[in-house]
Design a binder for this molecule. Sequence first.
Ligand code: KET
Length: 394
Amino acid sequence: MFSHLPPYAGDPILSLMEQYLRDERPAKVNLGIGVYADGQGAIPVLATVRAADAELAKVQAPFTYLPMEGHAGYRQAVAQLLFGADQPAPEHLAVVQTLGGSGALKVGADLIARFFPQPTIWIPDPTWDNHIGIFEGAGFKTERYPYYDAQTKGLAFDAMLGKIAALPKGAVLLLHPCCHNPTGVDPTRAQWEQIVDAIERGGLLPFFDLAYQGFAQSLDDDVWPVRECLRRGIAFFLGNSFSKIFSLYGERVGALSVFCPQKNEAANVLGQLKLTVRRNYSSPPMHGALVVAKVLGDAALRTQWQAEVETMRVRDMRSKLHQQLSRAVPDRDFGFLLRQNGMFGYTGLTVAQVDRLREEFGVYAVGSGRICVAGLNDGNVARVAEAMAEVLRG
Ligand code: KET
């Protein structure tokens, strides 16, 4: 019955995690998957999450079904966090709770594929691998636009803008509003303005993937490109994830927001999103969304959470790795580590060097040369710097 099924080649990030868990060397270091670990190397349960959880446990609500679109209080809290004081009126905004940021991409992709035949999405080169999987899985063709310049280890801005400006009307454009995965390289505010100009002029449909709000500058600054589209009345899709910024990975908490500039379009968009959810998994899970809604809806908890987000911004580990690598390999410039935003460092290591890091030193990085800086701590950073220096010396 199943002999025609080929083996699964594995996922560049999740299969690496499986391999890491199987590794029996005590000194192994996981810099593969994008997960924040604290100074002791443990995945934290945030104090605000604990507090919200304790509150929720006091009144044991029944485990009923949530509506297809998710929990109403959660959806409101999400819109407030994303759009702040600029929050559009309900007739312009459709928000559905999703299974993490991945679920938001999938629900959005399915919706677009149903109403815009033979869709193509333009994704940055490089991007998070699963963008290709999710959009091609939903029937999209994927095309790339220039993004990263390996020479300068910065943004290939002119090439990027040139490509975006030449896209056909209605083209779907995937953008990382902050903390670009995997490179950590983000456009400046002035560059974003030019990108939004090109989107507006070309009549493009931006699809923002926001998994790291607050990990670059601040909760508000990091969504500036999205709010600028809103201000200008440009329709967009926005998927957001609470996996990283609430350390709620396994709870699968996210949302998809669609901004509809034309009055009353949001009702039909929301209806079609509900249908998309219904025919996929019917309705989303409850617990993680209740926790997030509780924290965001309580002024004191929200302020405390903001401080917790700041502690997960990993600037100090970037500096430490930069310092130790610069000392170990003085003829190389590691300044890019300090310029990159978010959880990741894009090192420029080759596949062979990444393999050597893993096999000889037990240091796990993604094949693209991406390391998760949020996996470093005072107990392992020296060892990682030494191992990286060793493979760089060849
Ligand atoms: N978007 C981006 C840009 C992203 O980096 C991730 C996860 C997601 C969406 C998915 O979020 P979630 O809420 O878990 O569905 N990235 C890390 C984990 C992974 O690959 O699944 C990573 O890049 O390591």
